[in-house]
Design a protein around this ligand. Structure first.
Ligand SMILES: C[S@@+](CC[C@H](N)C(=O)[O-])C[C@H]1O[C@@H](n2cnc3c(N)ncnc32)[C@H](O)[C@@H]1O
Length: 356
């Protein structure tokens, strides 16, 4: 593993423990069928008290609150304001979308979280409701990172310059697939394929709505719809036979805040391995390349990232892990003095995976 990761035991601080207990009591007190407003949840939780890194200016359109409990927002990137994405987000979080006390672990960050211990791990695929709650900070950070890298000409290596179009996929993108949309918008006009996915059907339905709202920015308003293939698909990592025509196809695969499902690590790695473009054999000389790149953004949460990185290395990937990959993210983290900011839980690490 290259680079350093912040994996110390800050999360075991008393404050963190108290907040986990508070959240656990609060969630337990909400009866079945009730809902929790995002504001209430924000005011109670460690996980959500540090909600955003402020990398997008967020505005709500007048009259944007619709009867179906979703609100329409514009997310405008702070450094590249030409990237303005329309998102639909929940006004209220269904109680079934909250983490159960059992899933919260013991407050010492020994999380017992598994797919099956998340309430609402629904019957419609292998995803779960955690992606239907909000845009989690790792997704915001990954969206920002791909925009910054693309604008600096560093997202897609030069060796792919000759390719006819860039193909991007997001895994576990939740209800907006913001990072995939951001990459698509920032890579225009080189983008040719954008595949946004999640294992959860509800998340996919909303992501499809977001994709439709952003067609214009992906195509540049020109009549390029026939040139760009952009779609949402329900993709569970455990599904060994998904869309075989997508195998080995993607220059870039993105994934945010999906590493705390430890029992799914191997399936996620197999999925990355299938989707990423294969390296060209060294024999082809000057055109050889190392294959596609996966960018995975997630907080450490105990040893979650380390464990995932070790498995990925064993599966033949080079893995770089960094906690200092972007000046804005580092500044915000350094300036954040509040007790509710626990780096182990809230500072997203950036993992870069390429085939060895
Ligand atoms: C914490 S949410 C993160 C959502 C989004 N990336 C974000 O950060 O806002 C984790 C997402 O991973 C998806 N997921 C979990 N396990 C999965 C699996 N085995 N296959 C596909 N998706 C999965 C869930 O459905 C959920 O949307």
């Amino acid at each position: 593993m290259n680079g350093e990761a912040a994996t110390d035991g800050v999360a075991s601080s008393t404050v963190a423990r108290q907040r986990w207990r508070l959240l656990s009591r609060a969630v337990a007190s909400y009866g079945q069928g009730k809902s929790v407003s995002v504001k209430e949840l924000n005011s109670l939780t460690t996980v959500r008290q540090f909600c955003q890194f402020g990398l997008f200016d967020i505005t709500e359109a007048a009259g944007a609150r619709s009867a179906d409990e979703f609100v329409e927002q514009t997310w405008q990137h702070v450094d590249h304001p030409e990237i303005r994405l329309q998102l639909y987000l929940r006004q209220r979080v269904p109680a079934t979308a909250c983490l159960t006390p059992a899933a919260l672990g013991d407050g010492n960050n020994n999380s017992k979280t598994t797919n099956s211990s998340i309430i609402g791990s629904n019957q419609s695929g292998n995803g779960n409701n955690t992606g239907n709650i909000c845009v989690w900070p790792s997704e915001e950070v990954l969206a920002h990172y791909v925009i910054a890298q693309a604008k600096a000409g560093e997202l897609i290596p030069k060796e792919f310059d000759g390719d006819s179009g860039i193909r991007v996929c997001e895994l576990g993108g939740g209800l907006t697939c913001l990072a995939g949309l951001a990459a698509g918008a920032a890579l225009r006009p080189r983008l040719s394929h954008l595949l946004l996915t999640d294992g959860d059907q509800l998340a996919c339905e909303n992501a499809a709505r977001c994709l439709t709202a952003n067609r214009q920015i992906l195509t540049g308003g020109e009549d390029q719809t026939s040139r760009i293939e952009a779609r949402v698909a329900q993709l569970a990592w455990e599904d060994a036979d998904f869309d075989k025509h997508n195998y080995g196809r993607f220059h870039l695969v993105l994934c945010a805040d999906c590493l705390f499902f430890r029992e799914s690590h191997r399936a996620l790695i197999r999925t990355l391995d299938k989707l990423l473009m294969l390296p060209t054999p060294a024999a082809t000389g000057s055109n050889k390349h190392r294959g596609g790149l996966a960018l995975i953004c997630a907080p450490s949460r105990g040893r979650g990232v380390e464990d995932f990185a070790r498995l990925a290395e064993a599966a033949g990937f080079d893995v770089g892990v960094s906690d200092n990959y972007d000046p804005r993210v580092s500044q915000t983290a350094a300036a954040e003095q509040s007790a509710s900011f626990v780096p182990d839980l809230h500072l997203p690490l950036m993992l870069r995976l390429t085939r060895r």
